[in-house]
Design a binder for this molecule. Structure first.
Ligand code: ATP
Length: 336
């Protein structure tokens, strides 16, 4: 049982997909995936405060957001290349939905909660920032309510099920590390991956909507599938990628990176292709579209190489973030 406290802060990582294989959609429109997630040390921070006096509007939960002080995202917001206004401040915010889901799971009325997000992950970039907010909120509210109600916290599997109902990436943000995701990405198998891989994220000024990228994938595959009369299952994550990850070998891993959503993302934003080639010319071992994009992710040979690459992009007046992984999933950072 957790000791009662008024405020809990939790964090959760961003992710990239080293491998993202997509299959034909099922009748309900969901695409089956085989993906290799890795969590990186760019973390969202969510503070949840009990506020019994809170007026019961918005189901008793208010949400505020700020760019994480000193983060690249804060610089993007300050110069107008990212808009904080893209984060919903109502019941559509994934952190609010996560908080409500935990209250419901405890069978408790919402006690009045203030949710504050410190965002370091650019919005709608394919790095799963909203999912990380949801994962951090699940962990924070679970801890807070267990103490408040004098009850046992919900077990990890229960939080993962609540997370899966909020978004396909949320269970991975809870788990962290490296994992194969199947189904919509929520059926996870953790895989070995020592920390010490180095990446550079290059966010773009405009976001790409995940449904739009899948629609583009559908448009490109409908003809082929109609011709063959069948849909296709996603290819499995190759054993060579898992072996390279397990021994932390960036050169071998670079040869195995693949994202089936990259072609449709480039079709929607053609300038991504030149930028991917440019990153490799600057010394990256590999470059790919992160998730559904449009953020680009580059694999570097070392931490120094990642910092140098980020520096070269910055010199060209692009935003670039050197990150490392795998790192742990959502966790409590502070209680007060
Ligand atoms: P996904 O691939 O899951 O769409 P993403 O990394 O591309 O993830 P997010 O930053 O998670 O993109 O945001 C996607 C959309 O989710 C946003 O455009 C926004 O409308 C909505 N959203 C809801 N809650 C949040 C949140 N806490 N932070 C950011 N966006 C949120």
């Amino acid at each position: 049982m957790t000791a009662a406290c008024r405020r809990v802060t939790a964090s959760a990582p961003a992710k990239t997909n080293l491998v993202l294989h997509v299959g034909s959609p099922s009748p309900d429109g969901y695409h089956p995936l085989e993906t290799l997630f890795v969590a990186v040390d760019l973390r969202e921070t969510v503070t949840v405060t009990l506020d019994p006096a809170l007026a019961r509007r918005d189901a008793g939960i208010t949400v505020t957001v700020e760019p994480a002080p000193g983060s690249e995202y804060a610089r993007m917001v300050a110069e107008g290349s990212a808009r904080l206004a893209d984060v919903p401040l109502d019941a559509g915010n994934l952190a609010v939905r996560a908080a409500l889901a935990v209250c419901e799971a405890f069978g408790a009325p919402v006690p009045g909660l203030r949710v504050h997000l410190r965002k370091a992950v650019p919005v709608a970039g394919g790095m799963g920032g909203g999912s990380a907010d949801a994962a951090a909120a699940l962990v924070a509210v679970n801890d807070l309510l267990a103490g408040h109600l004098g009850a046992a916290p919900l077990p990890a599997e229960r939080l993962a099920r609540l997370g899966a109902a909020l978004g396909a990436d949320v269970p991975f943000m809870l788990l962290g590390g490296a994992a194969i995701g199947r189904g919509t990405g929520t059926e996870l198998t953790a895989v070995p991956g020592p920390s010490g891989l180095h990446f550079v994220f290059v966010p773009q000024d405009q976001g790409l909507s995940t449904p739009a990228v899948y629609r583009q994938w559908d448009a490109e595959h409908t003809v082929a599938n109609a011709a063959s009369g069948t849909g296709s299952a996603p290819d499995p994550v190759p054993a060579e990628a898992l072996e390279a990850l397990a021994v932390g070998d960036p050169e071998r891993l670079a040869a195995r990176v693949r994202n089936d959503l990259q072609a449709p993302a480039i079709r929607l934003l053609p300038e991504l292709e030149g930028l991917l080639n440019h990153g490799v010319d600057l010394g990256a071992l590999a470059g790919w579209v992160s998730g559904s994009g449009p953020t680009l992710c580059f694999l570097a040979a070392s931490g120094t190489a990642a910092r140098n690459l980020a520096g070269q992009f910055a010199h060209e007046r692009r935003h670039a973030l050197a990150v490392a992984g795998p790192v742990p999933g959502a966790r409590v950072e502070a209680r007060g």
